[in-house]
Design a binder for this molecule. Sequence first.
Ligand SMILES: [Zn+2]
Length: 469
Amino acid sequence: MITIILLICIIRALRFKPQPKVEKTVEPVSFDKQKAVNDLQEMVKCKTISNNDFSLEDDAEFKKFEDKLTEMFPRVHAHCVKENVGRRGIMFHWKGKSAEKATVLMSHFDVVEVDESGWEKAPFEGIIEGETLWGRGTLDTKSTLNGCLQAAEKLIGEGFVPNNDIYLCFAGDEEISGPSCPAIVDEFARRGINVQLVVDEGGAVVEKVFPGVSDRVAVIGIAEKGMLNLSYTVKSKGGHASAPPAHTPIGILSNACAKLESKPFKANFTAPTLALFDTLGRRSTFVYRLIFSNMWLFKPVLSLIGKMGGGEINALMRTTCAFTQMKGSNGRNVLPAQAEMLSNFRIMTGETIESTVEYVKSVINDDRVELNVVSGNNPSVVSRTDCEEFEIVKAAVGDTFPDAVVTPYLMFACSDSQHYGRISDKVYRFSAQSMSADERRTIHGHNERITFKGIWECVEFYLRLITRC
Ligand SMILES: [Zn+2]
């Protein structure tokens, strides 16, 4: 019996090969490369830092940013209808040959806070060194906003008319999950606009992220996980630490934490993950091909690998739980009257905030621990990959990065594009730049910067995308 199973597995693995690559010639695109760099440099100089406390935002910087757009992209402003929507939403309507269906190219122009002490160069001065532009927002995500507007400005100048209406929609409060993007989506719904394709920031062109695959990979997010911040509170009478009870609030919390870490969520292989395994598994080494071509047999093995190793592979297959904060008393010898901890969950497609809390309750199984949902959102809708719109995005990605393998994937981070799930099942998340692991770490971190090549890749991608829309 075992021999037969092994034989079946090996045959399946041998047949598990990528589609033969169709050789094609890609037409080169041209655009003003210097302008693309200069404009992004100017955008970075605007300190558009969003803050949950709106009163701490610098409105003048946001105004400066919007004014600069008017200067930099005169044709877009003259040719498209511009509207300000919601708190900090900007929407350009670019009329196509048909208004029957519409494409939305979205981005955000707010950035996260910086801790300047950790930066090697000033984050808001647009410093250029060699062929690299430094600054907060260069990768996340003024680069995609710039790419989109550079492409539109050039194409409008050439008299290009897209097949369908295109809306360029930018929000100034994405990083704080602000109300601008939801307000824009409300407008589309209210006006009854048939939004078919939506493209936002997301996956990139990456290397060495999948076991056994040496090719460059362009990952297009077709869904994103949900997020939940859950707090755990235990109360006690407090008192002196010299005669403690058998279990202190911190002891009880630690026990809850240990239980949850040793009992991770069940593995759940959803469509985006299976699509990724299928595309990349075919390009991997034989051992991995054996596993990924026989998911019917190896799901438990993969689940175990994820459980033990954690990291990105694990995040692809289950809801993850990371304990991030804990607080007790202020005195070294004082029992806390109240102890608290917090964990951040990334919720898998198909699950919800409620089901996550239910699972936590059942694992902890301790009434002394009080749970509270601090904030969160459910996972996004999974976008289709069996449609013309996905092929359009895939082709634009493939032409911009001809050597890369293009694949759908599940995004772990949350973005504004989740709101579009209400009106479209074709929402794709892709930031058209090659990014090393080191570069990815600078997003929301220190020393964020982009190479000129990255700036140009973004423009090229949008040129290739828009001319297909
Ligand atoms: Zn972003």
